[in-house]
Write a protein that binds this ligand. Sequence first.
Ligand code: ATP
Ligand code: MG
Length: 654
Amino acid sequence: MPDTKNAPKAYPPSADMVANAHVTLSQYGSLYSESVSDSEGFWRREGGRVDWIKPFTKVKDVNFDLGHVSINWYADGTLNVAANCVDRHLATRGDQTAIIWEPDDPKDAAKHITYKQLHASVCKMANVLESLGVRRGDRVVIYLPMIPEAAYAMLACARIGAIHSIVFAGFSPDALSARINGCDAKLVITADHAPRGGRATALKSNTDAALLHCKDTVKCLVVKRTGGQTTWIDGRDYDCGEMMLEASDISHPAEMNAEDPLFILYTSGSTGQPKGVVHTSGGYLTYAAMTHEIVFDYHDGDVFWCTADVGWVTGHSYIVYGPLANGATTIMFEGVPTYPDASRFWQVCEKHKVNQFYTAPTAIRALMGQGKSFVEGCDLSDLKVLGTVGEPINPEAWNWYNDVVGKGKCPIVDTWWQTETGGHLMTPLPGAHEMKPGSAMKPFFGIKPMVLEPASGEVLEGNDVEGVLVIADSWPGQMRTIWGDHERFEKTYFSDYKGYYFTGDGCKRDADGDYWITGRVDDVINVSGHRMGTAEVESALVAHAKVAEAAVVGYPHAIKGQGIYCYVTLMNGEEPSDELYQELRKWVRTEIGPIASPDLIQWAPGLPKTRSGKIMRRILRKIAEDDFATLGDTSTLADPTVVTDLITNRMNKQ
Ligand code: ATP
Ligand code: MG
């Protein structure tokens, strides 16, 4: 890879890290073998992470055959997820902080919520939900900013056995009404306004607009976050704060079956129309708790910060369910990385003495573009482990994260997983594995990744192979269905490659047997007969000092079949020029080889991204093909004007 030329190829964990880690290399080896050779025995033991009301006797009942797909874990056990995340810690750590809430404006005070306080709030919220008629199995849509009430609402649903579906607060009224109707929700929980980056989104008026397109019976519970003005419909809208003041703080947790749904959550929509992923209770919680503890090497007393929003699966598993099941202290951050300035993440790390920090490549690239002075002013000496998730991380960004943020002493867990998988499937473990910039390295326990030849589906054995990534066996955190559309579930994940869970991602197993995610299968391009993941060309471009971000797609090319079309965002202060255009072409040619030479470069002041921050290459592909009329589902696009600008530039051929 271009930018690792002068750096060591792999970074071993420090002796310190190895000495204290939950899992060392030799333990990984023996546990991993056990987890795949005696899957039942392994997961029976791990099921002990959860407090069961009625213990399970059956561990696993799974069928991946098309037409009969069904996935069950711990199916005859009963439990309550909220009791596992809250009540069971009261005796031993009732006064420990469960959630540190860091508000958007650093001038406002952070809140430290103990497990006891969390318990009282969750019970009150559970009683509020019941008083509004929410019952076991009912759906509740949560459309809230990153405030403690979002966690209370999730756990209150879990407590009474209702199914939550969180809609990220950045979504429009249309996306919200589609999701309320999609799961036939009885109630939507929202706030008056959502402060973020110094601006406030009018969430309640978005909700009002959404509810115009929903059943009249849908009720609306409103958290007053700013106290700003909203319209109010008596009999439909309820004041959460007032009701919680009056509600009892005694609430009996419902006894739920392990396979009762816990939540519905839509995927990011990077590759098409979002899918309503269903996760259930016992297996999901076991897997979220286990991965949180082992992948981040979380120890009692550590402060854990995942910067995601609870609107994404990362926020579900690694802000709320995983950390709280483990009795951790978890940070909920309301703001954005660049407000008031690009030092905010690092200010928060210093202020709360963060030990594990987990973010996305999009944030790292954005902060890298601002220069390292924002990091250097902050004391990051408490950091032990860094994590990344969401997209392949370019080695350039990885190196910056490692050197500038981690000061070369914090292992980086590059966690590959999906909304569908509930928790991490591949990642290096901090005290066990070497790290290679950009590689997801190793399967987690119980995960059997296989690389297949895309066309024939033939299993590619051995090392140094590249193809599509499938998983050969189930794990407890796996999704169970698409809400209301089991057929789409089977078709999407089990029809292309018989008997396997198809991830939709491309993958390479290198000469050492380590895994690299090469991007979406749809994003693989074929240039003059050479198959190429777009991630590699993007990484080469990002490694150039003047390039902040790049997205690469294929487009029809008369001679090569597909040509390489690059959208390039320059670093702050850099200007596009013909010289730079030629220089970048030459750069990629020398870094990767003539076959990867860009055919076209379009300067892109911004790239189209999902609201979770992922580049939407399918839209870029359409623009490169001059097909502006059918861009596909754009409902999860963060900023539609980016697309309009790119189309205008494309039409003017810059
Ligand atoms: P949709 O399924 O609707 O197209 P999406 O796949 O972006 O949207 P998510 O579940 O949020 O929805 O994202 C999962 C995908 O993100 C993975 O399939 C993979 O392509 C990418 N991804 C996540 N983490 C990593 C990582 N560490 N390295 C590489 N890719 C990653
Ligand atoms: Mg996906």
